[in-house]
Design a protein around this ligand. Structure first.
Ligand code: NAI
Length: 326
């Protein structure tokens, strides 16, 4: 075992936080030989939930867990942080307009980005899970000018995993035999789950399914899966969201396990996505860094679907700029 890694989790008293904590403590986030110091950030209303989870973590007697601290101070929570999981956010309340939602989250992610800039370790990696995840990540990144911007990511791995699950069910091929699936754009209903470069069991997916299934079933099912889960389960995705967060960080730190994945990160202009927008791309983890998969040919359908989701991201950026949040 090496020296402990400091992991900060916001929203630790909430549902995804509860599911994540036990996976982190079990060593699944970083690897089986890495000890972890956990810092849990909550708002006062969520502190008791986080403290209760901390008691249960103690009862788990996890060999890799060095310590757990609960705080409502961002400065304390991000002190020395190597990995930040930004899960806590402000959900849309009754009658809340999108501008209100963006403003409420700007008030969370701006100060958290500033606290990361000030206090985190120099190798800080950030993943934003709390919605609207891409734009929250953009806001946090904008408040951390001293941190390389590609250290700020947003989670589209859940969408990616959902796409693999749908393909697997349709084709009867295990997810481990699939490669080349991409989620493009925003973690929202406009996202574009793209299988045009995907293979299943070595065969191009485009040879195994027809365009109508892709356009009318696969894409909307993946893009609206969150709503489907709420309808069936009576509650939003929790275990799958925590699992995708673990996958995202594990791959980022430890390198890719043979196939590319999907990550929302500040655009470097690849594929015509305006620079700086936190948009989902196909990406590989190489030497601890995300590298956007380059050189994919995009047909007219893909180009227009990506453009639509990127346009939504651009609108969100204009809105938060208009609110003075960047
Ligand atoms: P939840 O409501 O159970 O928990 C959220 C927690 O965050 C609460 O305990 C709350 O007190 C805390 N919180 C709020 N503001 C905070 C702040 N400023 N600092 C620290 N903690 C704060 O919600 P749940 O189910 O855990 O979901 C969390 C977020 O994840 C939501 O925004 C949800 O929309 C999002 N989500 C994102 C997914 C993705 O794929 N990117 C998938 C599923 C959920």
């Amino acid at each position: 075992t090496s020296s402990p890694i400091t992991v900060t989790l916001t929203g630790a008293g909430g549902q995804i936080g509860y599911a994540l904590l036990f996976r982190i403590a079990a060593g699944e986030l970083l690897g089986p030989n890495v000890t972890v110091r956990l810092k849990l950030l909550e708002i006062p209303a969520g502190i008791a939930g986080a403290e209760g989870a901390a008691l249960e973590l103690q009862d788990g007697a996890f060999p890799l867990l060095d310590s757990v601290n609960v705080t409502d101070s961002a400065a304390a929570a991000f002190d020395g942080t190597n990995v930040a999981l930004l899960v806590g956010s402000r959900p849309r309340g009754p009658g809340m307009e999108r501008a209100d939602l963006l403003a409420a989250n700007g008030a969370i992610f701006g100060p958290q980005g500033a606290a990361i800039n000030e206090h985190a370790a120099s190798d800080i990696r950030v993943v934003v899970v709390g919605n609207p995840a891409n734009t929250n990540a953009l806001i946090a990144q904008a408040h951390a000018p001293d941190v390389p911007r590609e250290r700020f990511t947003a989670l589209t791995r859940l969408d990616h995993n959902r796409a693999l699950g749908q393909l697997s069910a349709k084709l009867g091929i295990p997810v481990r035999d699939m490669d080349g699936v991409t989620i493009w754009g925003n973690h929202s209903a406009t996202q574009y789950p793209d299988v045009s470069h995907a293979t299943a069991g070595g065969t191009p997916v485009r040879d195994l399914v027809d365009d109508a299934w892709l356009a009318n079933e696969f894409i909307p099912r993946v893009a609206n899966r969150g709503a489907e889960i709420i309808e069936v389960r009576g509650s939003s995705s929790v275990g799958s969201a925590a699992s995708a967060t673990v996958d995202h960080v594990f791959d980022w730190v430890n390198g890719q396990r043979g196939r590319w994945t999907s990550v929302a990160l500040p655009s470097d202009g690849s594929y015509g996505v305006p620079e700086g927008l936190v948009s989902s791309f196909p990406a590989e983890s190489v030497d601890g860094k995300w590298r956007i998969v380059q050189g994919l040919e995009l047909n007219a359908f893909s180009t227009s679907r990506i453009a639509a989701s990127v346009a939504e991201l651009a609108t969100e950026r204009e809105q938060v700029q208009g609110l003075g949040l960047l």
